[in-house]
Design a protein around this ligand. Sequence first.
Ligand SMILES: C[S@@+](CC[C@H](N)C(=O)[O-])C[C@H]1O[C@@H](n2cnc3c(N)ncnc32)[C@H](O)[C@@H]1O
Length: 280
Amino acid sequence: MRFYKIIIGDSRDMKEVESSSVHLAVTSPPYWHLDVFSKPGEEGWDRDLSRIERKEDFFRELGKVWKEVERVLVPGGVLVVEWEDYPPGSRIYGYIREICLCGDMVASVEKAGLYLISRWIWRKFNSGTAINKFQYTTYGNLRQNVPRAIANWAYVFAFQKRCYESKERELDFTREEWKAWSDGVWYIESKSSGAGEYISGGAVFPVELVKRIIRIYTVPGQVVLDPFLGTGTTMLAAFQLGRSCIGYEVLPRMLPIIKAKVKYGSQSLEEPIKWEIIRR
Ligand SMILES: C[S@@+](CC[C@H](N)C(=O)[O-])C[C@H]1O[C@@H](n2cnc3c(N)ncnc32)[C@H](O)[C@@H]1O
């Protein structure tokens, strides 16, 4: 039976998920205090990883989530992380300096026992937010400013859990689709689909991006996990593609947004669907 489980809780402990039961985890993690999601004192704020002040502490705590992901993935299961470097480093240093974070991210996941198998660049075309943020890179301003590229792309890293037997897998995409998707650069529009979706820093990822990842790494009926559910994009994508989904979100305030986005409680004529909310 297809199921959708929203867990309002901290994904550093995913006790609600059985070991070796998830085929794909896909997520866009928070950043340490560069972009804070919670308001001081609101429910869940003390467990929000974006509140962590030091980069080293952040990656240590994030590593606990990856350890849990490693436990719940089936052998051969995949974790996909959408992740960016941090261009406005001047907020921290007081002078122009980009912060490169991809190495820290890959190291934190590999330390948990998953290994990198693929990398894509997601080119966010029509990315108005990024372009507005970096207006000062326009030609007229270059005499006063350091020329810099616009931050209109992100990494999509795929990691795998070791599988010792080789088995043939089914595919849920065509030869033509793979011809386009095996290209290392994906052009996917980066815009949220409506009101209430803005969390902080425009961190919602497009459903098209998640759907592509889900179709590449799973087949219908399999289980997808998002340890940082946010507005629920991964669950929406999984639902639309006939996969089950489990999502963790630490801030209870996000629950109505998630429920509206995934149309919580929807049923299908073909098969029964089980919906569940767990509040820790
Ligand atoms: C970048 S956002 C995810 C956005 C999501 N991809 C979407 O499309 O809506 C990261 C989310 O992680 C949540 N979060 C932070 N710390 C957490 C934790 N320890 N456990 C679970 N969720 C957490 C934040 O509240 C935020 O909603």
